[in-house]
Design a protein around this ligand. Structure first.
Ligand code: SF4
Length: 237
């Protein structure tokens, strides 16, 4: 486990590591960059670099956390990557099922596989399930998410690199929006795209979290939208 600087969580837990790029949102994958650093530092967990690996020894960790935590599951991977066996995903779910004192936030881009596995998983209230939606091309992920048994469903629209027209948030509880950041050839996010998503959330009583504008200096760009900070979480709604 590790404390996290991500604004919408407290800490991370990585029972799997590694991934492969699947869509435009992966272009500047944070997990890939971090993996290279951790591998260079000699961390055993990252000895195989960004290859997909399961870590059964990580499964006991949530039982040892004394206080209730909000946990981002797999910041360094995608739990629903096709190379992760269903049996291992079921083990991860069993740990989450057995630890209702913690909230587990699971985020995937493999929404179709998530949908296919959904009936084989136990969806306790403490599991928040999200899909990443960076542009219009991958909006079908939202329908796959809606078809799962998750009690709390959310979207992570980060990095938002295009508008999300005709957004239907029926059955969802939370939307996070953020722009791309870094020193490379980053793609900017238009205010009108963010406002459109925020308006949909407000119309449909969905919690809205605006994480950042991003850019080359994300601290300076901040996280104000129309003079306001939006940090809603589903649990508070
Ligand atoms: S799905 Fe996530 S972890 Fe995997 S390559 Fe894309 S951004 Fe990185």
């Amino acid at each position: 486990m590790a404390q996290s600087s991500i604004e919408w969580t407290e800490m991370t837990w990585n029972p799997t590591t590694g991934c492969t790029k699947i869509s435009a949102g992966c272009k500047f994958c944070y997990a890939e960059v971090m993996t290279k650093r951790l591998q260079a530092m000699g961390l055993e967990k990252y000895a195989d670099g960004f290859a997909v690996r399961t870590h059964p020894d990580a499964l006991s960790l949530p039982y040892s956390w004394k206080k209730p935590k909000v946990v981002f599951v797999n910041s360094m991977s995608d739990l629903f990557h096709p190379e992760v066996p269903l049996a291992f995903i079921q083990q991860v779910f069993e740990v989450m099922n057995n630890n209702p004192q913690h909230i587990f936030q699971v985020l995937t881009k493999r929404a179709e596989l998530l949908y296919q596995y959904s009936n084989k998983l136990r969806w306790t209230d403490n599991i928040w399930m999200g899909v990443s939606v960076e542009n219009e091309k991958v909006m079908d992920r939202i329908d796959f998410l809606k078809g799962t048994g998750a009690k709390i469903k959310f979207l992570s629209c980060e990095p938002l690199i295009g508008p999300l027209p005709n957004l239907d948030l029926t059955g969802l509880q939370w939307v996070i929006v953020g722009g791309e950041s870094g020193q490379g050839n980053i793609r900017s996010m238009k205010e009108e795209w963010v406002i459109d998503i925020k308006n949909h959330c407000q119309q449909q009583d969905v919690a809205f979290f605006f994480k950042q504008w991003g850019g080359k200096n994300k601290k300076a760009a901040g996280r104000e939208l129309q003079g306001e900070i939006f940090s809603q979480m589903p649990i508070l709604m």
